[in-house]
Design a protein around this ligand. Structure first.
Ligand SMILES: Nc1nc2c(c(=O)[nH]1)N[C@H]1C(S)=C(S)[C@@H](COP(=O)(O)OP(=O)(O)OC[C@H]3O[C@@H](n4cnc5c(=O)[nH]c(N)nc54)[C@H](O)[C@@H]3O)O[C@H]1N2
Ligand SMILES: Nc1nc2c(c(=O)[nH]1)N[C@H]1C(S)=C(S)[C@@H](COP(=O)(O)OP(=O)(O)OC[C@H]3O[C@@H](n4cnc5c(=O)[nH]c(N)nc54)[C@H](O)[C@@H]3O)O[C@H]1N2
Ligand code: SF4
Ligand SMILES: [Mo]
Length: 714
């Protein structure tokens, strides 16, 4: 297909879905008379296969939404009131530059904090777009461990930054475990490959506290108490080792630390794991035996896996399993974490960490509420906040303190957004951002091996600008001289990849313009078995059952912190995968568990993507009002009928939701989806009000599944 196909007055543009979603769909945009009429999935793309999803099927409704922010605005009412007046771009930029200059003169640039994540995922407008600017400015560094930081740290400690399995190769698997992965909602385009394997006789096992859509279609659903999976994984190893189900040759040639692991897993018997996790000991034994015997066996871990005190060690344990049984030997065997590692991205060039002045402090983004309310003991308190590509009031924990911090009269806050989000309401200056059809971008994927080009379909609407243009304007306003800050989007795309890398062989911008996407130069999924003969990118070149990297202590990968390197937070790390009790549990804090006996999780919704679409009618109708899944036993013990308004609370906060009494939730666990806005909530709060700021053991991941609450009838 060419870049643009014309039929009558209609043009089809090859584009890409912008969202922070593993599927990175190739999107066809239908344009008529300068307006987007419709979008659809590209039928020729091997992963998209012609379908988008419930979130983006009608992307044009987001683009032309009557509440889109189209002009810069200045706050006129109280913070949070949402009252703004239109101003010019010139006024907005002058005001920002003048405020920042005053702050820098009085307190230094560290009093300025950027806050961003993945409103859009493109290499031009996404994760790193503002990093060179803020690094050069000398602002405090934002540590963005929003997603997969704990799992990535653990995975890299075990097998190195390998792409791992090709998701398309799951069709060749004989046994598939979806481990804390809600695939039918969060990674839906991978499902056909899983389904194909299942049709060919593979056994599909889902390990999740919730009876998800996938669990309902699985051959076996193993229900597990949140945050206890490490015990299960270690007990699987215990069985595999003690019943001698290991692949001796693979273990001998391609792993380190096996003897120590063997001794280490002895106390983790199936009985021990059953007691901790609620999974029957016989179920664990059978799982271990089947997993070892049925090759090639594949494990897909979701991001939800990392969100408890011991989430990092859990990923260490699960990532160790394939090597023990030789699962890596054939296509369709091994583990899939982030295929992102396959993409030769020019991270150093994108972040420009070399601009960061020595000694610049770092604030983890889960601590924004604490940072803004002077609870972190910062040497330079934060006086100005610049938020783009993120909606912290919904996605970050500690909502009550965050509102308090954002309400500070002395805080100068700028927000770049599509909509007046809960966070945007607290801005002093609001800046309008373009949507994907109004900009160009080059997209990596963290769910498949295709690089995708998003071409522009229509001109920017109103005075919206892309994030890349925003940072060019800010550089000009702050008198940056280096031409680096003024590169156009074409140059930015060129600079974003390491084009000489073997994985990019045969891929050109010209080619991408013609086809929209290209598979990285890798073997086809039918033959791809990257570690059939070892070759792991770890210090030893082997699977490190005993991790040599543990010696350096806990760390956060530079990609999660504006490229800032050389950091260890000093916390000790177990070299062998070890079970840690949840922070919030009867075992650790009986008094807390007495007051708040239910475990709350706030995973992804089906119809929103994080908090995107939480304000849109179609997706709200699909998703229903904010609800909480509660098991019939827990509901009846509290006199809660179906559909009742309930209050969910703990020591950090309270929110209200509609009770959905269902055994989709296991007893003792309540589940409430992420993405609803405070603005449309029943009582001015969302689950984020209850979420903890505690870190998991590795990579400073969040602990949203490690959260005790009580639910009462209103
Ligand atoms: N529809 C939709 N799709 C999305 C997103 C979205 O918001 N909506 N967000 C995108 C993003 S940013 C991400 S990171 C991915 C995340 O994709 P996933 O990781 O699949 O999604 P989550 O909802 O975070 O968690 C997955 C599952 O983990 C389970 N879980 C939670 N804690 C535990 C535990 O301790 N043990 C076990 N075994 N299971 C546990 C949850 O019940 C849930 O079913 O999805 C992406 N895709
Ligand atoms: N309770 C709970 N909290 C979670 C999670 C969970 O499962 N449960 N998941 C965590 C995970 S995995 C993730 S990835 C994070 C997600 O955290 P975020 O990436 O902050 O999530 P979003 O809510 O999607 O916020 C993105 C915002 O960017 C805006 N935006 C979109 N495109 C653009 C653009 O081009 N320019 C600008 N300037 N703005 C744009 C959108 O309108 C939206 O308001 O949330 C984390 N928080
Ligand atoms: S949100 Fe995900 S599944 Fe939906 S169109 Fe975008 S990339 Fe595809
Ligand atoms: Mo995420």
């Amino acid at each position: 297909m060419s870049t643009q196909t014309k039929t009558g007055h209609e043009t089809t543009v090859l584009a890409a879905c912008p969202h922070d979603c593993p599927d990175t769909c190739s999107m066809l945009v239908k344009v008529q008379d300068g307006k987007v009429k419709a979008v659809q999935g590209n039928p020729s793309h091997p992963f998209t296969q012609g379908r988008l999803c419930a979130k983006t099927n009608h992307y044009q409704e987001r683009v032309y939404h009557p509440e889109r922010l189209l002009y810069p605005m200045r706050r006129t009412g109280a913070k949070g009131s949402g009252q703004f007046e239109r101003i010019t771009w010139e006024d907005a930029l002058n005001e920002i530059a003048q405020r920042w200059r005053t702050t820098i003169a009085e307190s230094g640039p560290r009093a300025i904090l950027p806050y961003s994540y993945l409103g859009t995922q493109g290499l031009v407008n996404g994760l790193t777009v503002g990093d060179p600017f803020f690094n050069k400015l000398g602002a405090t560094v934002s540590e963005r461990t929003f997603c997969d930081s704990g799992a990535s740290t653990a995975y890299i400690m075990t097998v190195g930054p390998t792409p791992g399995m090709d998701p398309e190769s799951f069709q060749h698997s004989k046994l598939i475990i979806l481990w804390a992965c809600n695939m039918l909602s969060t990674n839906a385009h991978m499902w056909p490959f899983v389904e194909k394997a299942q049709r060919n006789g593979a056994k599909l096992i889902v390990i999740d506290p919730v009876r998800t859509r996938g669990a309902q279609q699985a051959d076996q659903h193993i229900r597990i108490k949140p945050g206890t999976d490490t015990a299960l994984a270690l007990a699987m190893m215990n069985v595999i080792v003690n019943e001698d189900l290991i692949d001796h040759d693979y273990v001998a040639q391609y792993t380190t630390g096996f003897d120590e692991l063997k001794a280490h897993v002895q106390p983790y018997t199936p009985e021990f794991a059953a007691e901790v996790s609620g999974v029957d000991a016989e179920v664990i034994r059978t799982l271990a035996r089947e997993y070892a015997a049925t090759q090639p066996a594949a494990i897909r871990i979701g991001v939800g896996i990392e969100r408890s005190a011991g989430g990092g060690q859990l990923v260490r344990a699960v990532t160790s399993l394939p090597a023990l049984v030789g699962a890596w030997r054939k296509p369709g065997g091994g583990i899939l974490q982030l295929p992102l590692w396959a993409f030769p991205i020019n991270w150093d060039g994108l972040h420009r960490a070399d601009f960061i002045p020595e000694g610049t402090p770092v604030i983890n983004q889960w601590h924004l509420g604490r940072a803004l309310t002077h609870d972190l003991g910062l040497e330079t308190p934060i006086q100005s906040l610049f938020i783009y590509n993120s909606n912290p009031l919904v996605v970050a924990p500690d909502q009550v303190r965050l509102i308090e911090g954002l309400s500070r009269e002395d805080l100068f806050t700028v927000v770049s957004e599509h909509f007046m989000t809960d966070t945007a309401r607290y801005a002093d200056i609001l800046l309008p951002a373009t949507t994907q059809v109004e900009q160009v971008d080059l997209m990596f994927s963290w769910g498949h091996f295709y690089l995708t080009l998003n071409q522009q379909s229509v001109p920017p609407i109103g005075e919206a600008v892309s994030n890349s243009e925003l940072f060019r304007r800010l550089a000009r306003a702050m008198d940056f001289e280096d031409p680096f800050f003024y590169r156009d989007d074409e140059e930015l795309m060129q600079a974003s990849m390491l084009w000489d890398h073997p994985a990019m062989q045969g891929i050109t911008m010209e080619g991408l313009r013609a086809t929209g996407y290209a598979r990285l130069n890798m073997p086809s999924a039918d033959t791809y078995a990257p570690h059939a003969q070892g070759g792991f990118p770890t210090p030893s070149g082997k699977v490190e059952l005993k991790a040599s990297m543990a010696a350096g202590g806990n760390f956060v990968l530079p990609v999660f912190r504006q490229g800032y390197n050389g950091f260890q937070d000093g916390g000790p790390v177990d070299a062998l995968p070890t079970f840690h009790v949840r922070h919030e549990s009867a075992a650790k804090d009986p008094a807390l568990a007495g007051r708040f006996p239910l475990s709350m999780m706030s995973p992804k919704s089906h119809a929103f993507i994080n908090s995107n679409y939480g304000n849109m009618r179609r997706q709200l109708a699909h998703q229903g009002e904010q609800y909480v899944l509660i098991n019939p036993a827990d509901a009846s013990a509290r006199g809660i009928p179906q559909g009742a308004v309930v209050t969910v609370q703990n020591g950090r906060g309270t929110f209200k939701a509609l009770a959905r009494v269902t055994d989709e939730a296991m007893a003792g666990v309540v589940v409430t989806p992420l993405g609803y806005w405070i603005d449309s909530s029943i009582a001015g709060a969302t689950p984020a009000a209850l979420n903890p700021t505690a870190f998991a053991d590795l990579g400073r991941a969040p602990t949203f599944s490690d959260n005790l609450v009580e639910v009462t009838l209103d």
